[in-house]
Design a protein around this ligand. Structure first.
Ligand code: Z5A
Ligand code: MG
Length: 210
């Protein structure tokens, strides 16, 4: 049993098919076995009105300008900030599948300005750790279901990966690169061990904002 005061905000980022959704759920379950309170979240959260507009855009049934969809992705995170803060302060850790960095990476890959993309994220909760699941794009395109949604094109994903690499370099104090070419068991083992260390380090520290 690990003793915690506040919960930790743990984010998984990476290109499409890098394993974020699988691993974030496995990590939630693994932390649960240590007696920790954990909730899984995923952005975009398609359950809200803003989320359903984002869903229509991703499924190519709605056209929006690059700036508008960028701001909607950010607004979708702002919809959950109070709930997230309440849970964290009450001792529940959050394992979040994609966050602000996906927002920046996909929009910058389309050609929008890096600082402009970062601006609406300011004031959201700062993650205690970002796990960057990294693998060559060639490996990822061979995984299941690649190609269904708007951004699932190899050339575009390479640009996204370049932006993730830049953010990782700039934010290396709390970004951790995870080799996503390893087996799912090995990736989970890395994530679980690192998360337990982070929970221990951060439990007495206040929450920060981006
Ligand atoms: N987007 C944005 O533009 N701005 C934003 O602010 C946000 C998002 C938050 C939808 O996101 C799109 O929204 C996304 C970014 C953009 N762009 N696209 N396309 P999403 O999170 O809803 O995307 P998704 O389609 O649900 O998930 P994903 O990211 O593409 O995949 P994943 O979650 O990283 O991977 P997975 O579903 O866990 O695994 C994929 C497959 O690989 C599956 O068959 C697994 O069994 C397999 N897999 C997983 N791990 C392994 C290992 N280690 N070895 C071998 N095979 C594996
Ligand atoms: Mg996913």
């Amino acid at each position: 049993m690990v003793s915690v005061k506040r919960g930790c905000l743990i984010v998984l980022e990476g290109c499409d098919r890098s394993g974020k959704s699988s691993q974030s759920r496995l990590l939630r379950d693994a932390l649960g076995t240590h007696g920790l309170k954990v909730k899984h979240m995923h952005f975009p959260d398609r359950s809200t009105e803003i989320g359903s507009t984002i869903n229509a855009y991703l499924k190519n049934s709605k056209e929006l300008t690059d700036e508008v969809i960028h701001l909607l992705f950010s607004a979708n995170r702002w919809e959950f900030v109070k709930e997230m803060e309440k849970l964290l302060q009450a001792g529940t850790s959050l394992v979040v599948d994609r966050y602000s960095y996906s927002g920046v990476a996909y929009s910058v890959a389309k050609g929008l300005d890096y600082d402009w993309c970062l601006a609406p994220e300011k004031g959201l909760l700062k993650p205690d750790a970002v796990f960057y699941l990294k693998a060559p794009i060639e490996d990822l395109v061979n995984r299941g279901e690649f190609g269904g949604e708007r951004y699932e094109k190899k050339e575009f994903q390479s640009k996204v990966a370049n932006v993730f690499d830049r953010i990782c370099e700039e934010q290396k104090q709390f970004w951790h690169v995870i080799d996503a070419t390893q087996s799912q068991e090995t990736v989970l083992d890395n994530l679980r061990k690192k998360t337990l260390e982070i929970l221990h380090q951060m439990k007495d520290k206040p929450l920060n904002l981006l």
